[in-house]
Design a protein around this ligand. Structure first.
Ligand code: SR1
Ligand code: MG
Length: 419
């Protein structure tokens, strides 16, 4: 029997098309009792919540184009394949950190997964100035476990090489990252937009030749350094949070083998953008200051938990072809392994600073902006917050060799956030 051709679902067609799927009926109940709503608010896909007598589940389906732009920008359905493969790897490497996957249909480009009923998108929580205990540490550990265990530090070489080959196919999503993050913000690209009032800051940024060169060097790192399987789009819209402390990472459709600092840099960047946008939102100055302190503490936690967990894995799980334990053990050079670890962490930190900076620039100047800034209705206030964030991004990129640790970056954010 030939399989039905791909067709985008609607809330009306979903029960009839997926009503016999055990992955759904087992959890949701019979389709005649289903209530289906489409809730996708991201840039690319359809997301349905299917509720029934027995429970609920999520159906995520790729569209053959970029939802944010429309059918004029086609995008292959195979991104769903990469998302599925990244999700199952992330679950294996950091159990419980992602939603449980119940079913994948490659032809229909859809994934059926756990419905996180108590959760909201982290970015929304941060805009509402909500605090989440242990969040930074969970995210730092997630980065350490997935980045370490997806690399030559841990994987068998044939397995890693086969995986690099598999994810190499995620060409079009990489192309989005390559253009939107590393190039478009630095010239007058067609899809760019920015808040009125930023013209002078934008002109300054685009006149900075060293910055443009650095962005291209970072792009070269992204495209050529297949160090580990990245989530590829680890911003605060890719994390779901519940008040009871359950946090999950979602949406790894941009997964690709790249430099370890990419995910962690993007994550830090989005926390710092939440920090820089706070003065634009309505709140009492005292409340705002303490909330901003919390945001910086969470950012600090991301890096310290990452470094701790990565170091533990380095000592306990280094079974790949890189920095083999035997190299250091046979002559009693145990300390050398610690030196190598410190150098690796330092290199990841410097890369992360650069990726943090370009992510900040593109969310203010490129096509895909952040709700952190976009929800500031007063344009002049928004421009002030965004201009500070642009300056912080520039300082992070230029400071790759001089901002020695997270403390220095947070101090820079504090200073830039009030200038
Ligand atoms: C055209 S897609 C724009 C952005 O949305 C996704 O979430 C990624 O961040 C991408 O860069
Ligand atoms: Mg996404």
């Amino acid at each position: 029997m030939t399989k039905p051709a791909y067709e985008a679902l609607t809330p009306r067609t979903l029960p009839q098309r997926l009503g016999t799927l055990p992955a759904l009926t087992d959890r949701v109940g019979p389709p005649d009792g289903w209530d289906v709503t489409e809730v996708g608010d991201g840039n690319l896909n359809l997301v349905f919540i299917v509720r029934g007598d027995a429970g609920a589940a999520v159906v995520k389906q790729a569209l053959p184009y970029v939802r944010l732009v429309g059918e004029s920008w086609p995008l292959p359905l195979k991104r769903s394949f990469f998302e599925y493969h990244a999700l199952i790897r992330e679950e294996a490497r950091d159990p419980g950190a992602v939603p449980e996957v119940f079913h994948f249909d490659e032809d229909q480009a859809l994934i059926v997964m756990e419905y996180l009923d108590r959760h909201i998108i982290l970015r929304q929580g941060l805009i509402q100035a909500r605090r989440y205990d242990g969040l930074g540490r969970m995210l730092g550990r997630f980065c350490a476990r997935t980045l370490f265990r997806g690399s030559d530090l841990s994987m068998k070489a044939p397995e890693k090489k086969a995986d690099v080959a598999l994810f190499c196919g995620n060409v079009e999503l990489c192309d989005i990252t390559e253009n939107l993050i590393f190039s478009d913000p630095y010239f007058d690209a067609e899809m760019n937009r920015h808040t009125a009032g930023l013209d002078a800051a934008v002109a300054r940024l685009r006149a900075d030749l060293a910055l443009k060169v650095a962005a291209q060097e970072l792009k070269l790192d992204f495209t050529t350094r297949a160090e580990t399987l990245l989530h590829g789009d680890l911003h605060t819209g890719s994390v779901m949070v519940a008040d009871d402390g359950d946090y999950r990472v979602i949406d790894p459709e941009f997964a690709f083998y790249g430099p370890m600092g990419f995910d962690i840099g993007m994550l830090i960047s989005n926390f710092l953008m939440a920090y820089m946008s706070q003065p634009g939102h309505e709140s009492e100055p005292g409340d705002r200051a303490t909330y901003q302190d919390w945001l910086l503490a969470a950012t600090d936690d991301i890096w310290s938990a990452f470094a701790e967990a990565f170091s533990r894995l380095w000592h306990e799980e280094r079974r790949g072809i890189l920095y083999q334990a035997t190299l250091y053990e046979d002559q009693g050079h145990h300390q050398a392994a610690d030196v190598a670890l410190a150098r690796r962490l330092d290199a990841i930190w410097r890369d992360a600073l650069g990726f943090c900076g370009v992510e900040m620039h593109r969310r203010i100047l490129g096509l895909a902006h952040n709700a952190d800034f976009e929800t500031i209705s007063d344009e002049a206030r928004r421009a002030t917050c965004e201009a500070r964030a642009l300056a912080l991004g520039t300082a992070a990129i230029h400071g790759r060799d001089s901002i020695s640790d997270m403390g220095a970056l947070l101090e820079l954010a504090r200073r830039t956030g009030t200038e």
